[in-house]
Design a protein around this ligand. Structure first.
Ligand SMILES: NC(=O)c1ccc[n+]([C@@H]2O[C@H](COP(=O)([O-])OP(=O)(O)OC[C@H]3O[C@@H](n4cnc5c(N)ncnc54)[C@H](O)[C@@H]3O)[C@@H](O)[C@H]2O)c1
Length: 690
């Protein structure tokens, strides 16, 4: 490959250009080129100052992700940046696009920074469980102060050029041609005899007392379990408390600690998995996609309303159909209220509320659906109702329209069979609240065509979702695994654990809430009705009765815990303890002491085993699909990488042995080890080992 960095001259100014598409990432060749070109520029007597600029769409947008996990190649980025900072000729960074991570650190090694008005600058390393390890945490506070540096380094979000200018992060903002602007600015600096400006020599502006402790407290809840945000705080603190070189040493130390941490490994895994999940194995990436310009949603209830909002948010018009006027009005009013609340929080403008509402077109007539490209059905969870709706859709929709169902528990193939075009039918399983949750399980039916799959996967991204392709089975991937865990949680309480003990163990693992707080949120009656349905269908093999049935029958719809008004903090209930005790004594159960470790193993390993079965059956194509589902659908902690990534860290062999042991004890099918699990254990492999 030709040299990705070149030096040219514009009269007395050297111009170092980085040309390494697509984002001028700071790979080995770029680092070497940057170093060499600077040395050449310094040696060239005709050059009085240097401008560094990116070709194409951006200033370097970060490290080269292809180098992750490989042995480091010299020169390292900090070395290159130090050389820029040590230059005795003025160096000016000319920034457009996104100067992120190492890119911004390069800019901070320069004397001055000029940015195009559309540029964005940031240090997003924290999102990969890392911190800026090339001096960024030491130089940034010297320029913008500790408070703002904390916000940028710990938050990881970029700032726009205009804000960067007001912060002093950039010295000049230009519009039009960046290079012209940067050259003019540099000439002005030379004409003014402007001094070199080495950030390392600047003092950090005074920080307010107690800043670091306060900042740490302010993120403690949201960042629970993550390591990097707290290391970022320590690094910025070092910039305030230590001389520059010592601060850099501390930054490096903290950086390497994070680099080898399981938290960062997990976060990087999630970062790649989220991108990988969009690529469906076996689906040709040139598969034609259908155009989706007009959508319809059937049912304006809890899910339908949220689903419609996703399309309106993405600027795609959506017809919302109900059979009854009052249900339609109610549904539309809920959507409006939702948008107005968002506007009250300042996240969208009043004008945007109206624009989005205008994209949602309520209707009571199926005839209005004749021209739509995609329909998503979100009516009652009942096969007869689904049959009515899909027969109607088959009658009115144009050929080529995609007919999707949001069902959680019904058979998508059966639903497809209600139409004369099963190849156009698939599941789009949104999670509640549908306008918030990022996960979308796209369910491929037996007859769904490649074109429909490709279109729906692409559309998921367009509406801001993480779409994961799954196959047809009860509960698909996420809920199927969840049901195993929930049943185990109930069983543990049968045997002697308290609901709060079970919840605490899973909360401490990093879940946003425990199994019982979660079922309370969904409504205890939902699970009860499903179990009753199954018991009616198959009295011999239906789910065994348990203490939660007694709870619902005793009229405790509040759930397992008590809650104060407007507060979702679960409070243990003595009434529920009484029901549980009664249940145990009625069923001759002598409660035993159950350890936290047993709770963890039983609740988690049962999911790992089910995940392995799901892979074996081809319901999910890869472990990463399962992991992405758990991260985006159920709040599984990102710093643990997903259920199966976590399993690898625990050790698949140990998990298999425990699963097998419980299977031997209970004989329960649920605990029968998946073949994949036993194969991996036998080969000493994990889900992710090659
Ligand atoms: N609630 C959840 O957490 C959740 C999550 C994922 C999927 N789902 C699935 O989404 C679907 C809808 O669930 P929901 O919670 O929104 O239910 P819901 O009861 O809140 O809403 C259903 C809506 O459909 C309307 N409706 C019923 N029959 C209709 C018909 N023939 N034509 C048009 N509209 C009709 C009802 O008036 C109601 O407004 C179900 O299939 C459910 O399994 C629900």
């Amino acid at each position: 490959m030709s040299n990705p960095v070149s030096l040219s001259r514009d009269s007395d100014i050297g111009v170092i250009r980085i040309n390494y598409p697509p984002v001028n990432a700071l790979g080995h060749g770029v680092r070497e080129g940057l170093q060499q070109c600077l040395r050449d520029a310094l040696a060239d007597e005709q050059i009085r100052a240097v401008v560094v600029i990116g070709e194409g769409k951006t200033f370097p947008a970060g490290a080269d992700i292809h180098e992750f996990g490989k042995p480091p190649q010299q020169p390292a980025l900090p070395t290159v940046i130090d050389e820029y900072e040590a230059s005795d000729k003025l160096v000016v960074a000319a920034i457009h696009g996104t100067a992120l991570g190492g890119g911004l650190e390069v800019a901070l090694g320069c004397d001055y920074r000029v940015a195009l008005d559309s540029a964005r600058l940031g240090l997003p390393e924290v999102k990969l469980g890392l911190l800026p390890g090339a001096g960024g945490t030491q130089r940034l506070p010297r320029l913008v102060g500790a408070q703002k540096a904390l916000e940028m380094v710990v938050g990881g979000n970029p700032v726009k050029a205009k804000e960067a200018l007001s912060l002093g992060l950039v010295d000049e903002m230009v519009s039009g041609d960046l290079l012209d602007g940067a050259l003019a600015y540099t000439r002005q600096l030379l004409a003014d005899n402007a001094p070199l400006r080495k950030l390392r020599d600047l003092a950090v502006p005074d920080a307010q007392d107690g800043l670091f402790d306060q900042f740490e407290q302010s993120i403690a809840r949201k960042q629970r379990g993550f390591k990097a945000p707290f290391s970022c705080i320590k690094a910025v603190k070092a910039a305030v408390e230590l001389p520059f070189d010592k601060g850099v040493e501390r930054e490096r130390e903290l950086f390497f600690e994070l680099l080898v941490s399981p938290e960062s490994a997990a976060q990087r895994h999630v970062f790649f998995a989220e991108r990988e999940v969009a690529k469906v194995p076996g689906l040709d990436k040139n598969t034609p996609k259908r155009e989706i310009n007009q959508v319809a949603v059937i049912g304006a209830g809890t899910m339908g309303g949220g689903i419609a909002m996703n399309f309106a948010n993405a600027g795609i018009p959506v017809r919302l159909l109900e059979v009854k006027e009052d249900a339609l009005e109610r549904g539309v009013a809920v959507i409006r209220k939702n948008y107005e609340n968002t506007a009250k929080k300042g996240r969208i403008t009043d004008e945007q509320v109206e624009q989005r509402m205008a994209l949602i077109q309520p209707t009571l007539s199926y005839d209005d659906l004749s021209d739509v490209d995609l329909v998503i059905e979100a009516v009652f969870e009942n096969m007869d109702v689904k049959e009515t709706v899909f027969s109607e859709l088959d009658r009115v929709c144009k050929p080529g329209a995609i007919l999707a169902t949001n069902t959680s528990t019904l058979d998508v193939d059966r639903i497809a069979s209600f139409t004369g075009r099963p190849e156009d039918v698939m599941g789009m399983h949104f999670f509640s609240p549908a306008n918030v949750m990022k996960l979308l399980e796209n369910v491929r039916g037996e007859k769904t065509s490649d074109e429909v799959v490709a279109t729906v996967m692409d559309l998921s991204r367009r509406i801001g979702k993480v779409g994961v392709l799954v196959g047809v089975c009860h509960g698909f991937v996420g809920n199927r695994m969840l049901h195993r865990r929930q049943a185990e949680a109930v069983q543990l309480v049968n045997e002697g654990a308290s609901p709060q003990q079970v919840d605490k163990v899973l909360f401490d693992l990093g879940f946003p809430m425990g199994p019982f707080a979660m079922s309370d949120l969904a409504g205890m009656d939902v699970g009860y009705r499903i179990r009753e349905e199954l018991r009616k269908e198959d009295p011999a093999n239906g789910p065994a009765r348990n203490w939660t049935d007694e709870l619902v029958e005793a009229g405790r719809l509040a759930g397992v815990f008590d809650y104060k008004d407007g507060d979702r903090t679960p409070v243990p209930s003595t009434a529920v303890d009484g029901i549980i005790e009664q249940y145990r004594s009625n069923n001759g159960i002598t409660p035993r002491e159950i350890s936290d470790q047993e709770i963890l193993e039983r609740c988690m390993y049962v999911m790992v085993n089910e995940g392995a079965k799901i892979l074996e059956e081809g319901i999910a194509a890869r472990p990463l699909d399962v992991d992405v589902i758990w991260i985006y659908g159920y709040g599984f902690p990102v710093y643990r990488g997903g259920v199966l990534f976590w399993a690898d860290q625990v050790g698949v062999k140990a998990i298999f042995e425990k699963v097998n042991e419980i299977y031997q004890q209970t004989g329960s099918d649920v605990w029968k080890p998946a073949k994949l699990l036993s194969d991996l254990a036998e080969q000493g492999k994990g889900f992710y080992s090659k």
